[in-house]
Every structure is written in C-alpha cells, then in structure tokens.
Design a protein. Sequence first.
Length: 263
Amino acid sequence: MLSRLSRPRALAVCAAPVLALLAVAVFAPLPYVLAQPGSTANVLGDDKGKPVITISGAPVRETTGQLRMTTIVATGPSVDIDLGQVVDAWFRTDRAVLPKEAVYPTGGTDAEIEKHNVAEMEQSQETAVDAALGYLDKSPDRVKVDLNLADIGGPSAGLLFSLGIVNKLDGNGAGGDLTGGRTIAGTGTITSGGDVGPVGGVPLKTQAAGRDGATVFLVPKDECAQAEAEKPAGLRLVPVTTLKDAVRALVALETKGAKVPSC
C-alpha cells in the first residue's frame, strides 16, 4: 500500500542520498597533490658544511652576492587529498592544487619517486656543468666541477648551477661579480647546449625567493605569466631562454643604461 509523503518529509528523504554523496565527496581521495613554497639554497655557498660548487683545474674567484635556486614542497604520491583540503588550498596564495600526474608523471611509490627525482638532479648537475664549461669555452678534461646539494631532487636547479659555475670562474667577464652583490633567485632546467627549459610551480617559487631576500628572479620565458600571478612586491622578473641570456641580463642589471629584459 502506498502512502503520500508530506513535502518536508519528501524533501528530507530526497536529500538524504545527496548528503551522503556530498559526505563521500568531501572525504574521498582526489587525484591531486598540494604544493607550497619550499626552501631555497645559495649555490655560491655551502650546504651542510660543504661548498655546493667545488672547482679544480682553473683559478676560482671569490664571489659576492647570492644565487639561490628555489624549490616547492608537494605532498607525496601516496598521500590522499580530499575535497576539503582542495577547497582550502584553492583560496590561498601560498598553496597550489596540482594534478598528481603533472607532479609525478612516472607514477610509482614514494620511494620510487624519490629515486627518480635524485636521478633527475644528478643528470641536471651533469648538464649544468657541460653548459657552463661550454659557455666559457673550457675543456671538461682540464676543469673539474663537483656539485653538492643534499635533500633536493628534480632538474629545475640546472640554470642556477650553471650560473654559479660561470660566476666562480669568470664573474661578469670584466672583473666583477655576476650577481653585483645582489641576492638573485631563479629556476629552470638546462641542456648541455645551454637552453633553458620550463619547470613547475613557478608562482610558489617566486614566493620562496621573495621570502628569502631575492630582488631578482630568473624565469624561463614561457612561464612569465605564471611567475607574474603571485609575484611578491619588490621582486623583478627577468625572462631567459638560454644561459647566455641569463648572463647578459645579470650583467645588464649592473650596467648603466643597459636594457634588461622583463616579463
């Protein structure tokens, strides 16, 4: 026998499945990771008591200023992110919600991802050395460069490593320091031929740079718009496509009347 429900009761009965679905949606894991500004490291300085860049086989300059590579911190691939966390991060400028496959395209466990990131960093260091020595027309058979930076993975420090090597060996090419005594930050992959490539999390990296005292940020040219999105006040964005671009831009910053590229 069927009975007719009152409107309030009918609404309550209909709403029950909807509320249940919403509850599931709020707490169900989603295919995203949460990221935030990470640490920065001065490649002209030390890391855990050891120089980040050690060079033998050629005279090495004393340097001033800083060249700070930037990082982001992201939740691991095994960490479940729910809707509440996504919504919270969405309205914060110091957080980003990124597709999991964009951050961890290779998939795998946390341990496998860490191993992959370490391998990418090691490869990045090799290409950074090749790019810097090639730019300076120095033979890798005569000049040896060792890079040491613990607990950081991925390829995005390549540009800053190359600039650090160039600065230690040649400065600005005229006896001065490539940094001009400033705190310069930046990001970008690099090839052995000196081409600078895009990276992820640029808006978060500009925040890390501003937090740690940088006044100039070198950014892959194609990512200028992203870098502008959350740029801290007082941070100058300089777009680059090659190592040569980056060196020229830094020299131009200290040259009266010289044109400095800008995003």
